[in-house]
Write a protein that binds this ligand. Sequence first.
Ligand code: UD1
Ligand code: CA
Length: 455
Amino acid sequence: MGLSVVILAAGQGTRMRSALPKVLHQLAGKSLLEHVICSASELGAEDIHVVYGHGGDAVPTTLAHCAVNWIKQHEQLGTGHAVSQAIPYVPAGRQVLILYGDVPLTAVDTLKNLIELGEKSGFGLLTISLEDSTGYGRIVRDESEKVVRIVEHKDATDTERLIKEVNTGILTVSKEKLAQWLERLDNNNSQGEYYLTDIIAMAVADDVKINTASPENEHEVLGVNNKRQLAELERAYQFECANKLMDIGVGLRDPARLDIRGNVNCGRDVSIDINVVFEGQVEIGDNVSIGPNCLVINSKIGADAKIFANTIVENAVIGKNCSVGPFARIRPETELAESSRIGNFVEIKKAKIGVGSKVNHLSYIGDSIIAKDVNIGAGTITCNYDGANKHLTEIGDDVFVGSGTQLVAPVKIGAGATIGAGSTITKEVASGSLALSRSKQMSKSGWNRPQKNKD
Ligand code: UD1
Ligand code: CA
């Protein structure tokens, strides 16, 4: 049986107190709804239908890159009404799984279990027992523990409200049965809504057994209604990511002070200090150490490299055995070759730094190709921008650039050349030569310093 997933995402989210529709708020760098869409894709769904409404077209526009069928629910008349909006688009013969755009962290394994159960028995319902079940629909079972119906909190009697087992909302059933039951829903209840949950009693009346499964962790079925709940789920998610890294041997100084907003692959014996943030796709080789307060975005860090405190690396490749920081900023399109060193307060942008080359202090290197074993002295600046265009600086092997030099691009420095400190280089420097462009030093002996006026 092929799988169709229907995701309900039309709710208002008033309690978020935000202009942004609730399902577009981000958890670990990705919108709540996108987390759910990703899980549905991982399940191998043939088609994914998202019912949206509140917030208008911001939801489909923002997530236009997702391969889903967008269905607008013009009025939010209840969860049953929302699901019926999707039914005409679900092909015949499909198993349907209902998910929620504001419940972002359901584990794929939990859903796989549920689907298996649903396929075998006709109906799979995900439930959980909560210490405080206030607000949830309660699972009503008969003497033989058979599920007979769900009663919403607002419609429940005092005795029913004592029930701890609640409806998570997530369920699976065949398209044909679902369509048949949805047609018979009414809104004769305290909220005047078409409740999806009413199909449980209909199934029971039709002799379809309701099988229940439960998630391993409570946070898998928690929804986001306000900023506090969003922050709680963010922590739960981050804690899980940290645990996964530690399980494969990564050393974390403090798992509570690491944030992953994307994917991180780590080799052996990687160690990560506190307050490190990873974004996008990050690859980290064996034996890498990352100091405190670093931000690494979409980058590759080669084996044995050391990233020191307060360093930012974005869209860059750091070679094997490199050393970067503290306080370095490695900007997009930078490639550091093996064993190169970038020191404190250095900014590198769109530059290749060759094997064993060093830029150790307070420099800006942009739009440059630097060959191997080059030494760039403190305070060297590539003047790469003329106000209109960017220009290239090319430096050959074994060049020595003295401190406080400006390299006015486009400019080439031949292999083995030496640039005297304090120079402004505007013309090509031949291999093996010394270039020096400094104003002559003037000295006056016995100089009397100006004195402060006395009054
Ligand atoms: C629902 C369940 C309840 C369950 C709880 C779990 C029903 C009737 N009740 O209650 O048994 O314990 O979820 O959290 O299903 N939505 C739409 N369109 C609508 C109405 C809702 O898309 O017309 C979406 C909402 O955006 C939300 C989800 O469906 O993501 C659940 O709706 P909500 O109104 O929050 O249902 P609850 O009252 O919490
Ligand atoms: Ca809810």
